[in-house]
Design a protein around this ligand. Structure first.
Ligand code: 4NP
Length: 156
């Protein structure tokens, strides 16, 4: 069976998209689907390139048994070709990608909270907030990733 590839994208690639990547990998493992997917994350900026995820993202993941192994990297033009799905955490990330993405690939661009059963909008940037922000982001990203994977697997 062919592989499906998914790239999660935020601004810094240290808070939200690494958490989404970790949660999605966790769900794949739980469902026995790890071999069928390739998963990565990236940032529209290079502000934190080469860094581990923010310790608050790692901590909230650990609290839920979810590993957050990402090393930050900037989104590159080749990503638009190399991934089947590119999932933006907020509207600004999506706007930036729509600006740069070759027209042939814009259909791959989606927003994380389009898959949120509890409401649409942005995954808010928790970088400058307190740890409660990371708990909220975790819950939001978790329910979105569940629904997104359900849809990819034709169960939604
Ligand atoms: P992220 O959060 O986009 O969820 O990784 C941010 C991390 C760092 C910065 C902004 C957002 N920053 O400006 O350095």
């Amino acid at each position: 069976m062919s592989e499906t590839s998914v790239l999660f994208v935020c601004l810094g690639n240290i808070c939200r998209s690494p958490l989404a990547e970790g949660v999605f990998l966790h769900l794949l493992a739980e469902r026995g689907l790890s071999e069928r997917y390739r998963v990565d994350s990236a940032g529209t900026s290079a502000y934190h390139a080469g860094e581990q995820a923010d310790e608050r993202s790692i901590a909230v993941g650990r609290k839920h048994g979810v590993a957050v192994p990402s090393i930050s990297r900037k989104l590159v033009p080749e990503d638009y070709e190399r991934f089947d799905w590119i999932v933006a955490m907020d509207g600004q990330n999506l706007t930036n990608m729509k600006r740069d993405c070759p027209p042939a690939h814009t259909g791959k661009l989606v927003k994380m909270r389009d898959y949120d059963p509890q409401g649409k909008g942005d995954v808010p940037d928790p970088y400058y907030g307190g740890p409660r922000g990371f708990d909220d982001v975790y819950e939001m990203v978790y329910r979105c990733c569940e629904r997104f994977l359900d849809e990819l697997e034709g169960r939604a």
